[in-house]
Design a binder for this molecule. Structure first.
Ligand SMILES: *Cc1c(COP(=O)(O)O)cnc(C)c1O
Length: 469
């Protein structure tokens, strides 16, 4: 399987390992598959009863092809999903819980930092280190986080010989737990930099620094990295085989969304042949994506800080990969569309000769929720089945329940994107108590510090990086 940049008219093909160590393509596009591999219903039937690690290996192999030998890939995947890293009683590291009749939640947040991002980043860390060692190279990575990416990337990359990670986070907006978690991972090859500003300022700084030729080679760990997206596809394969009554029956998925990375993986699984029917995009008050899927208009907003902060985005970085498909892999049209968005902050399908609801033909539906919806949903879910869900998952459950049709017999599955322990204040507001902290997170609160603080200033950041590599 080969990839190409969504904006490259020459269609130059890249292998999996070519793109693994890169963020954006050199022309500013994203790496996207030239065609999707296929998973048959017989294969899905064979997956029933397999462990998550085994499914992840089988699916990932379709994307990696020959660029990593099968036996090495198997070792990398089994290290990433080693049962010792996941506190589960029965070996299922992505278990499904029933919330009510035909409505399920899949827990993707049992990894080291209690967010679904661990599942993909754990594997990415092993793959990157493997590839760098094979090439005898080293990589400096600069990233920005509003909370969960930072700690998940750091937990995966900590102590890796060939990688140095600089992670920017906003001074205000992260939960106390997220701050303590990141701070505790500082040291060695991990640098945490607190920026006097907001998440958007952090992202702008990353862009501005990489614009400088001296820093153009810096790597990325955010969800535009294709290694991360492809490592998310197994979530949906595993979720599907766990809840489909008969392999081949349709299942709806609902995904709490921000940068459009997680639900893009659901879309890819559907394109590969997994019988997912509706792909429901759930947003919070920052509803860029809800507007897009309802109207075909993609319009940048000023993101506000909400109680589901990992979904507070002003634009959705991964969306370009879907645009590339919608335009039939036409790089010129894709580039033109994205350029219009980048320069004017707004673009619509109608001005490209497509219907405003074209995205629904790919299975997409959407909805948004508010702080009050999250609070009510956390409470009602707890009252119905005793499950405490985090505020992001609550966005998903709230939107999913709104679109759920009790007269149809199609199950729906919501992705649980974080554990509630990360967002204690919101849980206290909803339930009047905080969830018990899992053993492995008990002494986090005592850990303070671990951050260097900088102004949102490009030159200051460049000087900091120079001084530390
Ligand atoms: C990152 C994150 C999201 C959003 O995922 P995207 O892939 O950016 O759409 C949702 N919930 C939580 C808890 C997250 O950490």
């Amino acid at each position: 399987m080969k990839l190409q940049s969504t904006r490259d008219t020459t269609g130059r093909p890249y292998s999996y390992t070519d793109v693994l160590l890169q963020g954006l393509a050199p022309d500013g596009g994203l790496f996207a598959p030239q065609e999707y591999p296929h998973i048959s219903l017989e294969t899905l039937t064979r997956f029933k009863g397999m462990s998550y690690g085994e499914i992840a290996y089988e699916v990932k192999k379709l994307f990696v092809g020959e660029s990593i030998p099968d036996s090495d890939l198997r070792t990398l995947v089994s290290r990433a999903y080693a049962i010792e890293q996941f506190p589960v009683p029965d070996g299922n590291i992505v278990p499904v819980t029933q919330i009510r009749k035909n409505f399920f939640a899949q827990n993707l947040s049992l990894g080291p930092t209690a967010a679904f991002k661990d599942m993909a980043l754990q594997l990415l860390g092993h793959e990157m280190e493997y590839e760098l060692a094979r090439r005898a190279e080293s990589l400096v990575i600069l990233g920005a986080t509003s909370g969960d990416t930072g700690s998940a990337a750091e937990a995966s990359l900590k102590g890796r010989e060939h990688i140095t990670l600089f992670m920017l986070s906003p001074e205000v907006g992260m939960s106390a737990f997220q701050k303590a978690q990141m701070g505790s991972l500082t040291g060695g090859n991990i640098f945490n930099i607190s920026i006097r500003g907001r998440f958007d300022d952090c992202q702008d700084l990353v862009k501005a620094v990489k614009h400088d030729a001296e820093f153009a080679h810096l790597g990325a760990v955010n969800s535009i990295n294709w290694g991360r997206i492809s490592a998310q596809v197994p979530y949906y394969v595993s979720g599907y085989v766990q809840i489909a009554r008969e392999i081949g029956d349709p299942v709806d998925v609902v995904v709490p969304s921000g940068n459009f990375g997680n639900i893009l993986a659901a879309y890819i699984a559907k394109r590969m042949g997994v019988p997912l029917r509706r792909l429901i995009v759930a947003t919070n008050e920052n509803n860029v994506l809800d507007t897009l899927f309802k109207t075909g208009v993609y319009e940048r907003i000023t993101a506000q800080v909400t109680s589901s902060p990992s979904m507070d985005i002003s634009k959705a970085s991964n969306y370009e990969r879907l645009v590339f498909d919608v335009f039939g892999h036409d790089p010129q049209k894709t580039a033109q569309y994205m350029h219009e968005f980048d320069t004017t902050g707004r673009v619509s399908f109608e001005s490209y000769g497509l219907s405003g609801t074209v995205l629904s033909t790919y299975g997409f539906a959407s909805g948004s929720s508010t702080h009050a919806d999250r609070i009510n949903t956390i409470k009602s879910t707890y009252d119905t089945c005793g499950l405490i869900i985090d505020p992001h998952t609550a966005d998903g459950v709230a939107v999913g329940e709104r679109l759920f049709d009790v007269h149809e017999d199609v199950p729906m599955i919501c992705m649980m994107t974080a554990l509630p322990v990360k967002f204690e204040d919101t849980i206290r507001e909803a339930l009047g108590f905080v969830p018990e902290r899992p053993e492995r997170f008990r002494d986090l609160a005592q850990q303070q510090g671990g951050f260097d603080t900088l102004d949102a200033d490009v030159e200051a950041l460049k000087a900091y990086i120079r001084a530390h590599v």
